[in-house]
Design a protein around this ligand. Structure first.
Ligand SMILES: *Cc1c(COP(=O)(O)O)cnc(C)c1O
Length: 375
């Protein structure tokens, strides 16, 4: 028996009729870039995020580009500092570095594993132009505290919502709270395309216009380039059509994963397994993107990972190396971010997707129990 970490084919098969029809509709339209599907998705996703017609969504080519274009639209340029965390996916920093800005890494809270707002003030300098809080594993950052500091210091907040489509903070969807919300539709995300895709949420018409120019060569209208720094980053019609077919299922899938996470948590407590779990901020409702546990240290983590693998259970590590230790971004000495470094060396992501069953989780828990019994 094998339990896969993720099952993207099952997701396709569940909606095969609708997805196939959407793809054929897009093909048949004869219009493949910035057409009706993208426009329809931008409106539907805004409605999903705000429950109203407030704000704007701009579809782009990826989550990385969503962060990058948001930074540009916020006025961040080469040499400016952007505060983020080091226990995130590489693209958070790739986006910052791609415009010549400098990522400044702030440590995370030992309980929530998210940006430690208490340390934020100390990371701000006169060069700081933006903060990119990452709603890691789908859990909402302390947006109140982050917004208060950003407001006081006059710094833009760009939410990295790549893992948190659907999550809420004090009732509002993540990605609608800061100045910009950056989303990814990479296939494995909560709302995934069958290829690359991303989007940015903003509240003002002016920002929407800027972003629409930036994603389309800097053009305001055809053949008129008004905005420097533009690029080619559009959400294409095929991906938008697929996202249109999937959007209505995102909340139900999230609810299904929440029930699975509750089952994991209940079993871990019941069996008294020595696994720590991510805690949520008061007011946060996670999108349950990943289910991550923390072990005593690297040796135990690696041994459990191997043991599970040998039992046919696929696990991953999100993420094994702090960004401060990546050659592309390295400017920090080990020890600079003790909480983040400890996490990266001792966490493990267990299988989580809406096609997993309670019985699968019982098997995973039994194998973990066996692992600790033998130690
Ligand atoms: C996936 C992800 C991204 C990048 O999204 P892409 O669509 O792959 O470019 C950025 N940040 C985080 C936290 C992610 O998980």
């Amino acid at each position: 028996m094998t339990i896969p970490f993720l099952d993207l084919r099952a997701q396709y098969l569940e909606l095969k009729t609708d997805i196939d029809a959407a793809v054929l509709r897009a093909l048949d339209s004869g219009w493949y870039i910035l057409g009706k599907e993208c426009e329809r998705f931008e409106n539907a996703f805004r409605q999903y995020l705000t429950g109203s017609n407030e704000g704007f969504v701009v579809g782009v080519n990826s989550g990385t580009d969503a962060i990058k274009l948001a930074l540009l639209a916020a006025g961040v340029s080469a040499g400016d500092e952007v505060i983020t965390v080091a226990n995130t996916a590489i693209p958070t920093a790739t986006a910052i570095c791609s415009i010549g800005a400098v990522p400044v890494f702030c440590d995370v809270d030992p309980d929530t594993w998210l940006l430690d707002a208490g340390r934020l003030d100390a990371s701000v300098t006169e060069k700081t132009r933006a903060i990119v809080p990452v709603h890691l594993y789908g859990a909402a950052c302390a947006m109140d505290a982050i917004g208060e500091i950003a407001g006081r210091r006059g710094i833009a907040v760009i939410e990295d919502t790549a893992q948190a489509t659907g999550a809420r903070y004090r009732g509002d969807r993540c990605g609608t709270i800061g100045d910009f919300g950056a989303f990814s539709f990479y296939p494995s995300k909560n709302l995934g395309a069958c290829g690359d895709g991303g989007a940015i949420f903003v509240r003002s018409e002016k920002r929407r216009e800027t972003l629409a120019m930036l994603r389309n060569y800097g053009q305001r209208t055809r053949y008129k380039a008004d905005r420097a720094g533009g690029e080619n980053s559009r959400l294409d019609e095929l991906q938008a059509a697929i996202l249109n077919a999937k959007l209505g299922h995102v909340d139900r899938w999230m609810q299904q994963r929440q029930e699975l996470v509750d089952h994991y948590r209940g079993k871990i407590r019941e069996r008294n397994l020595p696994l720590r779990m991510q805690q949520e901020h008061p007011g946060g409702t996670a999108s349950t993107h990943l289910f991550v546990v923390k072990l005593a240290g690297p040796a135990e983590r690696d041994a459990l990972m191997t043991f599970l693998q040998e039992s046919g259970i696929q696990t991953l590590v999100h993420y094994p190396y702090p960004l401060t230790e990546q050659p592309a971004f390295a400017r920090y000495k080990r020890g600079a971010l003790p909480v983040c470094e400890d996490l990266c060396s001792s966490i493990l992501s267990l299988p989580l997707h809406q096609y997993l069953s309670f019985a699968d989780i019982d098997v995973i828990i039994a194998v973990i129990e066996d692992f600790f019994r033998r130690r």
